[in-house]
Write a protein that binds this ligand. Structure first.
Ligand code: GSH
Length: 356
């Protein structure tokens, strides 16, 4: 990733003309789409060196299930079994002019933080903070203050700094001997795929779109080749790299192919990537975090600059997600010496509208 790219995440998100990721002025103007570094980059660590020690029950993870960056944290939290230690707040997939809101909760308030808008946690941290309000966000429950919105770091810290609170049998998502390779693979995937689809979707010049489009598919072709005879991206177990690729691929046909015009082909037309993504989708901790209803409504209704009618397509047909993928024949040990997580807590089960 480039730490200087601009998120475009901005306060006031309902209309893409004034909202960041959703198309904020800086991000979505005449210039090429840029993603900025996260403003709040404190880390929650085992030794608490930034003042935020790992502690069960101390923090709340706030996500939108629509957001690919937040969904990384959702998957990591499930795979690592951190549900009891780190509680979860889920926002409405549709932001209004004050950005992410807790309208899915009774009285429109997050039941633990007691706030109606995520921006209240940002304001508690820094009054009149001028930047964007983005998910994922880790919030200190007692003070109501935002700790970090650094999506690149949050998952790595869940994997490495929160290990005392991992469930028995949790996988090692960032194994030390493989870190260089994982980082290298993730860097190309971030630039060309995770962020590339946004650069294509928010492009305002043909050449910017063309570049992003070509980058997306060149990288997907390379990744598809890599995954032809190996089950996972690095090593023979699930790692952080797979989580980061998954959260983009699972959205591909639902939103990136049409809405973001990444339409050389669909995910379902690449037999390797389709089987790989289905394999992960069917792995406990991945698919059970995905809400296709939130994903589609967010992209098609919030990015009004890209989709002025706000019409949400009825397709694609989701039934294929549950079909056999046959990737077991490649070997691989999904959880290494560990075990898959159990089912999600009842309160976190994705409603039927969001599932195949
Ligand atoms: N926090 C990250 C970005 C994560 C991000 O962009 N999340 C999107 C949702 S997918 C968001 O919250 N955007 C704010 C908005 O649309 O107003 C950063 O600082 O770069």
């Amino acid at each position: 990733m480039s730490p200087t790219e601009d998120t475009g995440a901005a306060k006031g998100a309902a209309d893409s003309a004034s909202s960041g990721e959703s198309g904020g002025n800086a991000a979505y103007g005449r210039k090429a789409f840029k993603r900025s570094k996260s403003h709040f980059a404190d880390r929650v660590t085992a030794d608490g060196r930034d003042g935020w020690p790992v502690e069960p029950g101390r923090y709340r993870l706030v996500v939108s299930r629509a957001c690919p960056w937040a969904s990384r944290a959702l998957v990591s939290r499930r795979l690592l079994g951190l549900e009891d230690a780190l509680s979860l707040g889920v926002t409405d997939p549709i932001q209004d002019d004050r950005s992410w809101r807790f309208t899915l909760d009774p009285d429109g308030r997050d039941p633990v933080l007691g706030i109606r808008y995520l921006s209240e946690a940002y304001d508690a941290r820094e009054r009149d903070y001028p930047g964007g309000v983005s998910v994922p966000a880790l919030v200190d429950v007692a003070s109501g203050r935002l700790v970090t919105n650094d999506f690149q770091r949050i998952t790595l810290d869940l994997a490495t700094e929160w290990s005392a609170l991992h469930r028995p049998g949790a996988p090692d998502l960032y194994p030390e001997p493989l870190r260089d390779e994982i980082d290298e693979v993730m860097e190309g995937i971030y630039r060309d795929v995770n962020n590339g689809v946004y650069r294509a979707g928010f492009a305002h010049r043909q050449s910017a779109y063309d570049d992003a489009f070509l980058g997306v598919f060149a990288r997907l072709d390379e990744v598809s080749l890599r995954l032809r005879d190996r089950r996972y991206l690095v090593g023979d177990t699930i790692t952080e790299a797979d989580i980061r690729l998954f959260t983009t691929l699972v959205r591909f046909d639902a939103v990136y192919h049409g809405h973001f015009k990444c339409n050389r082909n669909k995910l379902t037309e690449d037999p390797v990537l389709w089987a790989y993504t289905r394999d992960l989708y069917q792995t406990p901790g991945f698919g059970d975090t995905v809400d296709f209803d939130h994903i589609k409504r967010h992209y098609y209704q919030v990015h009004t600059g890209v989709n002025p009618t706000g019409i949400v397509p009825l397709g694609p047909d989701l039934s294929g997600w549950l079909t056999p993928h046959h990737r077991e024949s490649l070997g691989g040990r999904p959880f290494g010496d560990g075990t898959p997580p159990g089912p999600p807590p009842e309160a976190e089960v994705v409603p039927a509208a969001g599932r195949p």
